[in-house]
Design a protein around this ligand. Structure first.
Ligand code: ADP
Ligand code: MG
Length: 243
């Protein structure tokens, strides 16, 4: 379980996260929604210390870090291993083949044996619909394929949580669809995912829980059924604007 208590993050005089309290359950998909600039990325990035809030408590499986104090590198390292981030622009290593992109983390960081990691990479590529592309380079892939490799790469690290920040916003609609399908399949395996998206149909399909962020605050935290049948005017305006 990943729990934030009274988290605050500022950028200069901009208060990006205001006293955030939220729990991300395991074996569930949480979707973070909200207008542009509301703090969604900051919240997601805070979960694996790409941003470091200046106050609050960060509880990972009962190990509580007090963010008012400097966080030790070993704690950040441990949390990063359990929270893999999938970026909007894939961030594949351009000089490595697809299979090496996937095995690099398991071999270098997790110290897996190369043959085991390679076999696992082949399985994961098949899972994301990319069997046969092992020896290509990222530049030979479409954006949708590249993002599916990035997803396979995050699965190879076997983290507790996979964090995805607008994973399809750089893609054309038909390429977006192939990535969303893969994510829906992964969600069925009851992995723990936290996804920022603007795609309402996808959110409605994949979410076990929805968090709605506005102005650095959480305005809603609950089931998708409640969210999509809300009597809150602000939420309904947002849903209408997005669909
Ligand atoms: P969202 O992902 O919801 O669009 P962000 O979390 O990226 O929003 O940003 C929230 C607010 O914090 C925005 O006003 C943004 O301009 C500001 N912000 C985000 N990152 C930085 C940064 N590194 N430096 C200064 N301001 C930032
Ligand atoms: Mg963002």
């Amino acid at each position: 379980m990943l729990k934030l208590t009274n988290i605050n993050k500022t950028f200069g005089d901009h208060h990006a996260l205001k006293d955030i309290n939220v729990t991300f359950n395991e074996h569930a998909t949480t979707v973070i929604l909200g207008p542009s600039g509301s703090g969604k990325s900051t919240l997601l990035r805070s979960l694996n210390f790409l941003e470091q809030p200046e106050s609050g408590l960060y509880d990972f499986d009962g190990t509580i870090l007090d963010l008012n104090k400097p966080v030790a590198d070993k704690d950040i390292f441990r949390i990063r291993r359990e929270t893999e981030m999938v970026f909007q622009n894939y961030n594949l290593f351009p000089h490595l083949t697809i299979v090496k992109n996937i095995t690099e983390g398991p071999v270098q960081v997790l110290k897996q044996n190369k043959a085991t990691a390679t076999e696992k990479a082949h399985e994961l590529l098949a899972k994301v619909g990319l069997a046969g592309n092992e020896n290509k380079f990222p530049s030979q892939l479409s954006g949708g394929q590249a993002q599916r490799v990035a997803i396979a790469r995050s699965l190879a690290m076997d983290p507790k949580y996979i964090l995805l920040d607008e994973p399809t916003s750089a893609l054309d609609p038909e390429l977006e669809l192939e990535v969303l399908k893969v994510l829906v399949e992964i969600a069925k395996e009851k992995r723990s995912m936290i996804i920022v998206t603007h795609n309402m149909a996808f959110a409605q399909k994949i979410a076990d829980k929805i968090i709605f962020v506005e102005n650095g605050e959480i305005l809603f935290d609950g089931s998708k059924e409640t969210f999509f049948h809300s009597d809150n005017q602000r939420i309904n305006d947002f849903i209408s604007a997005m669909t």
